[in-house]
Structures are given as C-alpha cells and as structure tokens.
Write a protein that binds this ligand. Sequence first.
Ligand SMILES: [Fe+2]
Ligand SMILES: [Fe+2]
Length: 297
Amino acid sequence: MNKDFSSSKTAVGESAREMQIRRMPFEFPDEIDPHWNPRLPEWSHMANGASLAMPFLEPYLIRTLRKASELIDSETLKADVKLYMGQEAQHYQQHRKFNDTLIANGYVELPEVERRLSEDYKNMEENRSLKFNLAYAAGFESMALGVGHWLIRDREYLFGDSDTKVASLILWHFVEEIEHKNVAIDAYNYVYGDYFYRIYGVLYATFHVLKYSRIAYKLMLERDSLWSNLASRWRLMKIILRFHKNVLPSFFEACLPNHHPSKRPDPQWCNEWLDLYQKEGHTLEQIDTKNLTPGFS
Ligand SMILES: [Fe+2]
Ligand SMILES: [Fe+2]
C-alpha cells in the first residue's frame, strides 16, 4: 500500500477550501429543448449522450470507492472519499432528471442504451477485480478533470446563449469534478499504486464512456434526421476536433508516471464559482449564459 497521498483541498490564496456536498435541485420541464444550445445542436447531443451514462457510471464509482474505503486506514482520505461519494450522488440524481426529459422528448431508443450501460457496469463489478474498478474510477476522474478544464475554458463557445438550466447543470457538475480531482487517484494509489494498471484504467474508462456517448448522440441525431445531413456532420466533426484538441493533452498528461491532479491549478472561474456559491447559497442554479466571459467578478 502506498500511503503517500495529498488531501483533496482546493488552494484558495493562503487558505485551503474543504470539499463540500452541494445540493442543486434542478427542475427540468418536459418541454426543455434537447437542443439546449440552438447554435450547436450537435454539441447539445454530444453532452446529452455523456449525460445518459451518468446515472449508471456515477453509482458504480460510488460503490467502487466505498469498497476501496474499507481498505484505507487514513482518516483524511476516508473523509475525502465520503465527500466524493456525496458529490457523485448529487450529480447522477440531477442527470437522471435531465435524461428523463430527453426520453420524454421522443428519443425512445435511449432506454435500450441505458439497459446496456447498466449491464456493463454490473458485469464489471461482478466479474472484474476491485483493482480494475478502482483503476477505471481513477482513469475516469483523470479524464473528467481534462474535460472540466475544457468546458470552463471554452464556456462562451459551448454554453453562450444556451439554456441556463442545462448549462448550469453541466458547469456545476464539472466544477465539482475539478474540486474532487484527487480522491479516486489517491484511493487507487493508496490501495494498489500500480502505475501501468492505472494507465489501463485511464484507457479503458475513456474509451468506454466515449463509446456509449457516441452511441447515444448518434441515435439522437438520427432521430432528428441530422445524422444524414452533410452540414450537420461537418459541424459535428468540428466539435469533435475541438474536443480532441482540448482534451487530448490532459489524456497524455494523465498517463505520465508522475501524474497527480493536484499539480494542475484550478481555473480561476471554477474558484470564483465556488466562492460565490459559498456566499450566496443556491443562486448558481442558473448561470447567466449571456455573460460567461468575465466570470463572476
Ligand atoms: Fe460527477
Ligand atoms: Fe467525479
């Protein structure tokens, strides 16, 4: 066991901010437009496709970290794992509500994708080792960190003038993904610490989640008759290239032997979000998507 880990505190000036479980009770009326960014319907469906996986992926991460916690003696790390589980539980419950609106909007093929996701995670838990599942969790979190940095850095392009509820759901989720960036890798390093197997986890988790996201967004674009539309496919290609350009460096960084998420400073906007939430309670449920440039200051 490797007992060398860092606590998951976010540096804020001289002090350190503790993680916390924030409740964001979003309400998504059925009439919410699945093309919540009308400028970029293909991006809307890419994010919808990723959202579809969350109510299956995140409970799996929670169960995995709960099992790992039984093998951890450090009270600090155990406390971080508990907060991590609390945050992930909030995330998937809100994504569940959002995903239900997608299905209610006529994307009737999605429950079959959900069934496959559920089966996959059940199989991994029943038939693979805890080492595999924890490496998956640490690998997924490494990628979530890279995606979180991209979403915040590129927020004006990705969320400008979009539906505030959906933008708020996604940005709240990824602010917390950045906040709990250290927990799964610290748990993995504490219990196993096998570098090459961790890389296997990064690869497996990344391709697994991307595979299901693609299956889901393809089905939604087909239902919209956009999959066969050349202009739409070109827009989709551009956003996929944008994703790769922004997220691939994080992927390679996550594969380095000395990788640790604590070495990467958190985006300023992310810290501002956390500070403002602290001050004003639940007012961040609806981010102003017409004013994303200057952050909150
Ligand atoms: Fe999450
Ligand atoms: Fe996470």
